[in-house]
Design a protein around this ligand. Structure first.
Ligand code: ZN
Length: 475
């Protein structure tokens, strides 16, 4: 179903900075325009979104034995044609379906096929019908909304009606687009007004594929942040991963001195290949209370017990932060969902104070919007990137904006997408643009800000605040 002309007019008003029409946008769940309306939807182009934290490529056809190849190898290409189902069954959407006990391969096997994708290839109506009840239950969630909206905006097909013809057409278009992955990313970024792609990658990324044509093409529009959480596991006596990295940088880390040198050299290697910061996701496995540890109180290799491991992890995180501080690099730190019991950002305060030249960017922050806001308000080098919130639930983002706008300096707020595909990023950015525009307009109205001031604030939040931290010209 195509939107009514009224809602279309509202979309047309979207890009008019500060205009009353822009404030009258449809809510983020309202129907968007069809294929012919896409460029009009992206009239918000004067508010380009700086993508400082993206996981594009975390989809099935890029999975390898060590994890997603996009994070381990420069210029990694899909090992099979990409399907629209790879975007929907991504680690977030697919993961949350599985959390509910859904396994799309079981009915496929009962139908005599090897897996869901084989079934979809042979009998799309039946394959879609088998997952329709599950998709009906999930299609109001943030992740489905973001992916479906992105597929609509970039490919012109609507998924939420669960209509087989639309899914088949989307599948064909997605497959064609991903036939030239980097070309597709660039084209989609232009269309969705997404800029400055930065992806978190493992250290191995800088050792593999950098000098291939695909690696060079990727490097022409992609920068990275180095994922340092892998270092926290390198204390084991036998560690093939450590051996490869030690060989590559010419230092085998065995004690405090060699570990510092090892980290420095891996960061140098990353910096030469486009890294602009570091990132860790310890919030998923332990608390964010990284205690400073004396060199002599840490065991660096061997059969470490839980307490020794903890000390080693703390030491490595501080060593990485010291390096980031020396280089003036940002440190992206996952905060909040998952591991809710231990992922409050409050223990990060001493870490941020100890390394004042390192911008500590709190990622996601839900459900700790107030705590994250407090830290961003009182500590000069602490910031917030609300990426992933619309993918969790657009309402979380709106609540967070209400919390932050009356409390935190707007210079501290950023809005990447943390999406697993450029489609999900386009959908998330669209939802974010509406939510931020709406919140700033409303708050600005209460504070007596004129349209121009509202527009400038939104531009800073989407782009210029991140450009100050990670580099790039303001818009
Ligand atoms: Zn992430």
């Amino acid at each position: 179903m195509r939107p009514e002309s009224g809602s279309r007019r509202a979309f047309l008003g979207w890009g008019m900075a500060g205009s009353a029409a822009a404030v009258a946008l449809p809510a983020s769940g309202a129907p968007g325009p069809g294929a012919e309306g896409c460029d009009e939807t992206f009239k918000g182009k004067e508010y380009p979104v700086y993508c400082a934290h993206e996981h594009w490529g975390s989809i099935g056809p890029l999975m390898g034995p060590e994890g997603f190849r996009a994070d381990l190898e420069a210029g990694a290409l899909p090992s099979r044609p990409v399907s629209v189902w790879d975007l929907v069954f991504d680690p977030y959407g697919g993961g949350w379906l599985r959390s509910e006990g859904v396994d799309w391969d079981i009915p496929a096997r009962e139908a005599g096929k090897s897996d869901f994708f084989a079934w979809w290839g042979k009998a799309p109506e039946q394959a879609l019908a088998s997952v329709t009840p599950a998709l009906r239950r999930h299609r109001t969630t943030g992740v489905f909304q973001c992916t479906a909206r992105g597929v609509e905006l970039l490919h012109g097909e609507r998924l939420e009606g669960l209509d087989c013809a639309a899914w088949s057409a989307a599948d064909r278009k997605v497959g064609e687009a991903y036939g030239a992955l980097c070309g597709w990313y660039r084209q989609a970024m232009k269309k969705a007004s997404l800029r400055n792609l930065i992806r978190p990658v493992h250290p191995e990324y800088y050792l593999r594929g950098m000098d291939t044509p695909a690696g060079r093409e990727e490097a022409s529009f992609t920068r990275s942040v180095l994922r340092v959480e892998g270092f926290l596991d390198l204390w084991r006596e036998r560690s093939p991963r450590r051996e490869v990295l030690a060989d590559a940088v010419g230092v085998d880390p065995v004690d405090a001195k060699s570990w510092r040198e090892f980290i420095g050299r891996v960061l140098d290697l990353a910096a030469r290949s486009g890294a602009v910061g570091i990132k860790q996701l310890q919030a998923y496995s332990r608390s964010l209370d990284f205690q400073p540890r004396e060199d002599g109180a840490v065991a660096f290799r061997g059969n470490l017990d839980a307490e020794q491991r903890r000390a080693f992890e703390d030491w490595v995180v501080h060593a990485c932060c010291a390096q980031a501080n020396d280089r003036g690099w940002p440190f992206q730190c996952h905060v909040g969902t998952n591991n809710l019991a231990e992922s409050s950002p409050l223990p990060l305060e001493p870490l941020a104070r100890r390394y004042p030249r390192m911008a500590l960017v709190q990622l996601h922050c839900w459900p700790f919007a107030k705590e994250a806001g407090y830290l961003a308000k009182v500590i000069p080098n602490m910031h917030i990137d609300a990426c992933w919130q619309p993918i969790l639930n657009p309402a979380f983002l709106r609540e967070s904006l209400d919390t932050w706008l009356g409390y935190v300096p707007v210079s501290k707020l950023m809005f990447s997408n943390d999406a697993t595909s450029v489609e999900m990023a386009a959908g998330a950015a669209d939802i974010t643009r509406r939510a931020v525009w709406d919140a700033v307009s409303r708050r600005g109205g209460e504070c007596g800000l004129g349209p121009e001031a509202v527009g400038e604030t939104v531009k800073d939040m989407f782009h210029n605040n991140a450009a100050r931290l990670y580099g790039g010209e303001p818009v």
